[in-house]
Design a protein around this ligand. Structure first.
Ligand code: ADP
Ligand code: ASP
Ligand code: MG
Length: 812
């Protein structure tokens, strides 16, 4: 004998019912089977809604018509010309209509009536399905579960009388001759013969009750997903079906919200050691999940994650609670008398407060009852009136083996913290099979996905990018990301997605990842943007591992970093402004980065794609000390002086450098040495110095006349006027067989920038084109410095520097 249960979605369409019949007929080939069915998908909710409307004397007719139409559509499509079947359904619908009229007239919907009403869902569905089975020539009979399952009269969630129920089931099936018995799930009756129900989702329970009474080998639950997953697959795309799971783990997961299994379902089968198999109706060939006596062999101590939404947190607090016995007893009794289920309890060891999680719908009732119970203590100010917070969810980590593994809660909370998920309360079951946390409901998806990534996809990490500035460098970065996406997935297990793009006018946000082959056109069609609206959109999307990438040179964008870091969003910037502005600002950003566990990376601020800052950080982290830095850090100035020979016009050389994009739009920023000063400032700060731009000695090679120029064209004019000054600089150097290099230095805590003439043989002498070079003289590299040399400017190399920083965030 086998028991197969089909849930609401499995019987939610005519095609699905046909699929159910095909599974059933195959299963019945060589043994008898019991088929437990739910109401047609969505019908129980509609019945409830209809009953509520009727009891309020509102319009309920339209909802009834929807219910009626759906059942009539199903029966006529499934059995075509079977007038008897049609009449049977029509009669049931008439009964339902009469009941609703009764509710309407008496203006009341008691729990007893709710059960009568909701029962129509399963009665109708089982009737339709058995009729469809006849139509296809199957040997099937419908048996009303109310004749077989006996409960107490706790309407809407009745308790089963197993003794009576088991003997009724055994007796009936011992005598039944048909191959297939179709039973409505969810419904039962109490001793007085009134209809009861087993609680919402209770058809799973019906199957387990029947399976246990008949001692079947296995209870099979067919639903719309291929088993019990590591997390709700509707919220966590990466969730996978669990092969095998213990009864306790399955119970714990379902208690904490895994709707795929109604929690009490485990009870009757566990005592008899009967496994449950959860499978997909549409993919019955997939193995699904086996719930059995022991957990499967699995390295991972965590079996799954689950969540309950619409939770309220109630806190009872006050000095008068300390050391007074009986407070918790009174609290729990009060809630129990109100029929309120407590999902989570935490009590501070000081006994100063007790925190309870209950469903939001019960919170108001709970507050009234508790405040009344403690009225006396509240009037004496010994206990505060109960505080109530709503809009919360509980997330839980479940696994039998968690108790023998240390550090799981640490990992859980650091993962949530890194993603800026605020934890309101924590509870750990005494059996250590679960750790649960109360968080804001809006963070649930992010929390589950980050925990899933942390515990189930140890290798795989998703990086979610939000990029501002899509000029030359931005465009190349997007190209590199598009080209490397597959490689990153396969080789580094990184799933890099761009979810947001913006320029100075528009922004584009796509939760599923922007199509990088067409981003330009998509961004053009985007919405108008401000720095704040982009930030709000990023925060609103609330994705784990979010990274803000600044590819502008804009001070206002740089001023936003703090706001991102405070949301635990990483910042990757090639914009130098933030790190070279006032020391206190730089320090504050570093501090925020640490506090909120959000990387702040700016490798491209110095030497474009060359790994200069990273190397410096690594030297320091490994205990080395920087004694001196000597560097050529300006691609622009190097280009200018490499092309400037005695007899040339300095004006022409600078014009050419500007035309080829080697200088800033305003070349004075490069030629005055300010840009280089900012770079050595950043290296000095990263070496641990508390230093500002004013502290850097800048001995300009420009003339006063150049420096006082009013605008760029005027500046170029002054270069012409002072041609002799530049000729002398280069001629003097050439006379000594030297070359001119613009050098930045940090020596003994003092930084300086300026033009130097370097002799042949000097490491800077042969520097080509726009190359940069840095020499780190440290305790470990005292005479022969560590050298980093290569292209220090250009779109592609800068983009690869940003790319490297983005990857670096993954290892934080
Ligand atoms: P049925 O109508 O077949 O009883 P339910 O809707 O009651 O189906 O349960 C199946 C649903 O449970 C899935 O579609 C999924 O959204 C939800 N669910 C929540 N958590 C889990 C989980 N851990 N594994 C599988 N499904 C889950
Ligand atoms: N139809 C009932 C419900 O929706 C029982 C079930 O489907 O398991 O709650
Ligand atoms: Mg269900």
């Amino acid at each position: 004998m086998r028991v197969l249960k089909f849930g609401g979605t499995s019987v939610g369409s005519v095609a699905n019912i046909n699929q159910v019949i095909s599974i059933v007929s195959k299963a019945a080939e060589n043994q008898k089977i019991a088929v437990v069915v739910s109401a047609l998908g969505g019908i129980t909710d509609l019945l409830m809604q209809c009953g509520i409307e009727a009891s309020k004397k509102d319009e309920y007719a339209s909802i009834f018509e929807e219910i009626e139409r759906k059942h009539l559509d199903f029966i006529t499509t499934l059995v075509k010309d079977d007038a008897e079947a049609l009449a049977e359904i029509q009669n049931l619908l008439n009964d339902l209509k009469s009941l609703l009229q009764g509710i309407f007239l008496i203006n009341e919907l008691s729990p007893k009536t709710v059960d009568k009403l909701l029962a129509f869902g399963e009665i109708l569905s089982s009737t339709i399905i058995v009729r469809a089975m006849y139509a296809q020539g199957l040997d099937a009979t419908r048996k009303d579960s109310r004749d077989l399952i006996t409960t107490n009269d706790k309407y809407t969630k009745a308790g089963v009388n197993y003794k009576v129920t088991n003997s009724q089931l055994e007796y009936y099936f011992a005598k039944a001759t048909q191959k297939i018995t179709v039973l409505p799930g969810f419904i039962a009756s109490c001793a007085s013969g009134e209809t009861t129900t087993l609680g919402r989702g209770g058809s799973d329970f019906t199957a387990a009750i029947v399976g246990a009474a008949l001692n079947v080998e296995q209870v099979e639950i067919y639903t719309d997903v291929s088993g019990m997953y590591t997390a709700n697959p509707k919220l966590v795309k990466q969730a996978k079906p669990i092969d095998t799971i213990s009864y306790h783990e399955a119970m714990e997961l379902s208690h904490f919200g895994a709707k795929v299994l109604y929690p009490p379902t485990i009870v009757p089968v566990m005592s008899k050691n009967i496994p449950i198999r959860i499978k997909s109706t549409l993919h019955p060939e997939e193995p699904g999940t086996l719930i059995q006596n022991q957990e499967g062999i699995n390295e991972n101590p965590i079996r799954g994650l689950s969540n309950i939404n619409n939770v309220a947190l109630l806190t009872l607090e006050g000095g008068g609670m300390v050391g007074i016995p009986g407070i918790s007893k009174r609290l729990f009794e009060t809630l129990s008398n109100q029929g309120i289920n407590i999902i989570l309890i935490t009590q501070a060891s000081s006994e100063h407060s007790i925190c309870l999680g209950v469903m939001e719908e019960d919170a108001g009732k709970a507050k009234l009852a508790i405040d009344e119970e403690f009225e006396y203590e509240i009037s004496l100010n010994k206990i505060d009136p109960l505080t109530m917070e709503i809009g919360l969810s509980i997330i839980a980590l479940v696994g039998d083996q968690m108790k023998s593994h240390q550090g799981i809660s640490g990992k859980m909370f650091s993962t949530l913290g890194k993603n800026n998920v605020n934890i309101r309360a924590i509870a750990q079951g005494a059996s250590e099979k679960n750790i649960s946390a109360v968080i804001t409901q809006k963070d649930v998806k992010k929390a589950l996905n980050s925990l899933h990534e942390r515990f189930f996809e140890a290798q795989r990490k998703q990086l979610n990018l939000f990029i501002t500035g899509v000029g030359n460098v931005g465009e190349r970065l997007l190209k590199q990301i598009e080209q490397q996406q597959d490689y990153l997935k396969k080789q580094l297990n990184i799933n890099m997605r761009v979810l947001g793009l913006s320029n100075s006018r528009k922004m584009l946000i796509d939760e599923n990842g922007i199509d990088l082959s067409n981003w330009k056109a998509l961004l053009e069609e985007g919405t108008p943007v401000t720095l704040d609206s982009f930030h709000s959109a990023v925060v609103e999307l609330n994705q784990r591992n979010s990274i803000f990438v600044d590819i502008t040179a804009n001070a206002n964008v740089a001023a936003m970093y703090g706001k991102y870091l405070k949301q635990s969003i990483a910042v990757v910037a090639c914009n130098k402004i933030a790190c070279s502005s006032d020391y206190d600002k730089y320090n504050e950003l570093k501090h925020l980065s640490k506090t909120y566990n959000a990387p702040l990376l700016f490798e491209t601020n110095v030497g474009a794609g060359l790994p200069i800052i990273d190397t410096l950080n690594n030297l320091i982290a490994s205990g080395d000390r920087v004694k001196r830095i000597q560097a050529v850090l300006s691609g622009s100035l190097n280009f200018v002086f490499n092309n400037f020979k005695s007899g040339d016009s300095f004006y022409d050389v600078v014009q050419a450098a500007k035309a080829e994009g080697y200088t800033e739009p305003d070349p004075r920023i490069d030629l005055s040495g300010v840009d280089v000063a900012r770079k050595i400032l950043i290296l000095a700060r990263e070496s641990g110095l508390k230093i500002n731009l004013e502290d850097i000695t800048n001995d300009p090679f420009l003339t006063q006349n150049n420096l006082e120029s009013t605008d760029v064209p005027h500046f170029f004019e002054t270069l012409k006027e002072d041609a002799a000054h530049f000729e002398k600089l280069v001629a003097d150097a050439e006379a000594k067989n030297h070359r001119l290099k613009y050098v930045a230095q940090l020596d003994n805590g003092k930084a300086s920038v300026g033009l130097q003439s370097v002799p042949e043989g000097h490491p800077f002498y042969d520097l080509k084109g726009s190359d940069n070079i840095v020499l780190f003289f440290t305790e470990r590299y005292p005479e022969q410095p560590m050298q980093i040399k290569g292209a220090g400017a250009g779109g592609d190399v800068t983009a690869s520097g940003l790319f490297a920083d983005i990857i670096r965030t993954a290892t934080f």
